[in-house]
Structure formats: structure tokens, C-alpha cells
Design a protein. Structure first.
Length: 278
């Protein structure tokens, strides 16, 4: 979904919510739940999906499915007055079915990390929590600016980000790749430099060997088996030879809620630690 279509979707929703703030919200992506809690609207969530486990209170919210399967009948019975989700994180067929329910839908997904505070402010306006949302958004922008100011213009470090171990998937475009750049890293699978159009291309170990990253980042979440890819088998990779492999909580990096800056700070620090080392 383009930025224009996202903006249009919000404009279409606003008149429907102008009379009263929504009281029954269905949040169908984990980052949507985190955003709503951050702006003070979490208690109004009546249903969510698997893996929406932050903050602690979110674990008590009833589940109606996951990114590729939703119980649409149960959602209808809950009579929500707003659905919040990341369109790009939701199967296209499911999104089309949700549209048929006639409930206002807001896309909380982002294409760039700078859009996170924008989404927070939009949700704040729609839920009647504009003041708190503006504060959270302002703090997010402040911290993001500070990270960029400290790390962005340092000498670049070749970085490989392992999104998934088997099959081996990385990031070539979008906000994850942007985080690497903002931290002073050089994504070795950058889409513009490698002619990759997919945001999350499947690659081979041989392609990683050729690019010789100095740092390998391995976010893990949802029971992912990091041992499915044992990088110690390839000591000719500088990151392996120098033991520069960052294993981190994927929820703080892969979810585009306010916590993404925690993950970004870890990435920035790891890149900085490697910088200048053989």
C-alpha cells in the first residue's frame, strides 16, 4: 500500500469516527496493540492476534487468529467500531474480507521508521487520546534524531541482517534496511545496490560469503530456531571470524511500535562496536 493510499484510507475513516471515539477496538497486528497501549487506548482493545504479547496487559486480550487466519465470525460478534492493523502484515484475502464487514479500518503499518510517530498521532486523533499520542510521538522523534545524529555519518560497516534462518531471508528495502543505514551500517543486500525488488528476498549462504559482512544480526522471535543456520561453519566470513554476531529480541526490532527504537539502539551499538576492528 502506498503512502497516498494509506493517507486516503485514514481520511475515509475520519468522518465515520467524528461523532465519538471508538470504544471497541480490534487490533490485528502486534505492533498495533503496542501503539494503542502507548497512547492510552489499550484498554479498549476487545480482540487481537497471536504474538500480541506486549505490554503485559495485552496477554489477557482474547485472540481471533493470526496474520494468515482470522475468525471473522467472532470479530463480527464482538461488534467493533474500529479495526487497526498493518495492511502489509495481513494476508491480502483476509484484508479484503475485513473490508466487507463495514467496520472502519486504519492501517498502522509503516514503510519508513519516520512514519511510526505519524501513525501514533493518527491513532491518538481517532481514539480521542491526541494529547498523549503527541507526547509519545514527540519523544520518539527526539530519540530517533539523537540516534541518527550519533551514528548515521560514521564510517560504514558491512552488515547482514538475517530475518529468517531457514529458508535464509534478509531485508533489501524498507524500514529495516533504513535502520541499518541510520546506524551507520551498509546493508550488504541493499536493494538499490543489488537490483533486488523484494523487501524480504530469499538468499543463499554463497551470496553472504561473497559480500563478506563484518556484522551479522539475528533477531529471533516466535519460537524461531536460530540454530537452523550455524554460521560457525563459515569462518571465512569476517563477522564469524571476529565473533561479531548479534542475537537480539526480534520483537524490539521487527515490530514498528515505539519499542523499535530499543532494537535500533542495539543495532547501532553493535555496528559501532565492530567499526574499526579487523
Amino acid at each position: 500500500m502506498t503512502l497516498w493510499s494509506r493517507a486516503l484510507a485514514v481520511l475515509l475513516v475520519l468522518p465515520m469516527l467524528a461523532l465519538a471515539a471508538p470504544e471497541r477496538i480490534v487490533a490485528l497486528t502486534p505492533h498495533s496493540v503496542e501503539m494503542l497501549y502507548a497512547i492510552g487506548a489499550g484498554e479498549r482493545i476487545v480482540a487481537t492476534v497471536s504474538y500480541a504479547d506486549y505490554p503485559e496487559a495485552a496477554k489477557a486480550i482474547p485472540r481471533v487468529g493470526r496474520h494468515d487466519h482470522l475468525d471473522l465470525e467472532q470479530i463480527m460478534l464482538l461488534k467493533p467500531d474500529l479495526i487497526v492493523l498493518g495492511v502489509n502484515d495481513t494476508a491480502a484475502q483476509l484484508y479484503q474480507q475485513l473490508q466487507l464487514l463495514g467496520v472502519p479500518i486504519v492501517d498502522s503499518g509503516v514503510d519508513a521508521i519516520d512514519e511510526v510517530p505519524d501513525r501514533l498521532e493518527t491513532l491518538g486523533e481517532l481514539t480521542g487520546n491526541a494529547s498523549q499520542a503527541k507526547q509519545v510521538a514527540a519523544e520518539f522523534r527526539h530519540q530517533l534524531k539523537a540516534l541518527r545524529s550519533r551514528y548515521r555519518h560514521q564510517s560504514p560497516v558491512p552488515v547482514f541482517l538475517q530475518v529468517f534462518p531457514e529458508p535464509l531471508i534478509t531485508t533489501a528495502n524498507g524500514w529495516l534496511s533504513q535502520i541499518i543505514s541510520d546506524c551507520g551500517g551498509d546493508n550488504v543486500f541493499d536493494g538499490a545496490e543489488n537490483g533486488m525488488t523484494s523487501e524480504y528476498p530469499q538468499i543463499s549462504v554463497e551470496q553472504v560469503l561473497v559480500r563478506q559482512p563484518q556484522l551479522i544480526i539475528r533477531p529471533h522471535h516466535g519460537g524461531m530456531d536460530l540454530d537452523a543456520m550455524d554460521w560457525s561453519r563459515w569462518p571465512e566470513i569476517p563477522a564469524v571470524a571476529g565473533n561479531h554476531i548479534l542475537d537480539m529480541d526480534g520483537d524490539t526490532l521487527n515490530r514498528t511500535g515505539p519499542r523499535v527504537l530499543i532494537g535500533m539502539a542495539q543495532v547501532c551499538q553493535a555496528i559501532d562496536d565492530v567499526r574499526g576492528q579487523p
